[in-house]
Design a protein around this ligand. Structure first.
Ligand code: NAD
Length: 305
């Protein structure tokens, strides 16, 4: 297969001073992209600021690549996109990767823990994407990645703030993919699991050693390549594996025996096992399919009435 390259493309990677973002930036630059290495450079709870994006830019330049550092917070995402335009005259790829953790069990969580996590993950992705989207629409081309987490998809103890924000990004990507479709803007989501400072005290040491972030970078790079046609895809990746994640809905059941019966709390209890039965569960791909399904049920409802 021909090498997949990014010559002439400009990529912004947020939170690229370390961890996964750094690997994305290094890989894209090694394949010809000009890269904005954004990182606020704070601690993992979002406190503080530093210029550690510089080391990644140096590494890219030392290898003959092109990159520029940006130290803005994603909360002011428009400034990061301006860095791309000012330095490289365009933007083609946006990888929303910046993230922080403020884990606490729910009653110990403060408003600040909630707000800061939402600000960085959700609002940060919104602000940065909003600024980039205008360019993408004008040039009829754009590739966007959101970063979710299994903590969002399945929930995780002590991470209500983070889980809520991370699943929010999936909904964001689904809706934006619809808006981007006619402008050749693809919006997809990565669900990574990798060794980084966010997971050093969570993953057992042998797993931590094996879960190199550079094993996920090719998956993300493929999903932002011009040949990638997929959109609204949510891809779980770790250890050199990748798999698609999507919601399914059970076939479900009418909540009464005869059309003339009432739906009561008791009938709901009676039919609950069928509500929960996932045999033959359906994946509805678009909201239009949900609407169609609703219309069919309405017809059935009227026929039975
Ligand atoms: P990391 O801490 O190494 O990387 C996150 C980077 O984001 C840091 O360099 C940090 O300085 C930067 N950052 C934080 N706030 C910022 C802000 N306001 N503006 C700009 N930059 C900011 O951790 P990582 O594991 O590489 O995480 C990358 C992304 O992947 C995060 O969104 C994280 O939630 C997500 N994620 C990681 C894992 C994993 O297993 N490592 C699992 C699920 C999701």
């Amino acid at each position: 297969m021909d090498q997949l390259r990014f010559d002439g493309r400009v990529a912004v990677v947020t939170g690229a001073g370390g961890g996964l973002g750094k690997e994305y930036a290094l890989l894209l630059a090694s394949r010809g992209a000009k890269v904005v290495v954004n990182d606020l450079g704070g601690a993992r709870d979002g406190v503080g600021q530093s210029n550690f994006a510089d080391a990644v830019v140096k590494e890219i330049k030392d290898k003959g690549g092109v990159a520029v550092a940006d130290y803005n917070s994603v909360v002011e995402g428009e400034k990061i996109i301006k860095t791309a335009i000012d330095n490289f005259g365009r933007i083609d790829i946006l990888i929303n990767n910046a993230g922080i953790l403020r884990d606490r069990s729910f009653l110990k969580l403060s408003d600040q823990d909630w707000d800061l996590v939402h600000a960085v993950h959700l609002k940060g992705a919104y602000k940065t994407t909003h600024a980039a989207f205008a360019h993408f629409k004008k040039q009829n081309y754009g590739r966007i990645i959101m970063t979710s987490s299994n903590a969002g998809i399945f929930g995780n103890f002590g991470q209500t703030n983070y889980s809520a924000a991370k699943l929010g990004l999936v909904g964001f990507s689904y809706a934006l993919a619809l808006e981007g479709a006619k402008y050749n803007i693809k919006v997809n989501t990565i669900v990574p699991t990798a060794a980084s400072r966010l997971t050093e005290d969570i993953l057992p040491p042998d797993m931590f050693e094996a879960m190199k972030p550079n094993l996920i970078a090719p998956v993300v790079a493929y999903m932002v390549h011009e040949s990638f046609e997929g959109t609204a895809q949510v891809i779980d990746s770790t250890l050199g594996y990748a798999s698609k994640v999507h919601f399914v809905r059970s076939v479900g059941t009418a909540l009464k025996k005869k059309p003339s019966d009432q739906v009561t709390i008791e009938s709901v209890k009676e039919f609950w096992p069928k509500v929960m039965d996932m045999n033959g569960a359906k994946h509805l791909d678009k909201i239009a399919e949900v609407t169609l399904d609703l219309v069919e049920r309405l017809q059935e409802f009227e026929d039975r009435a």
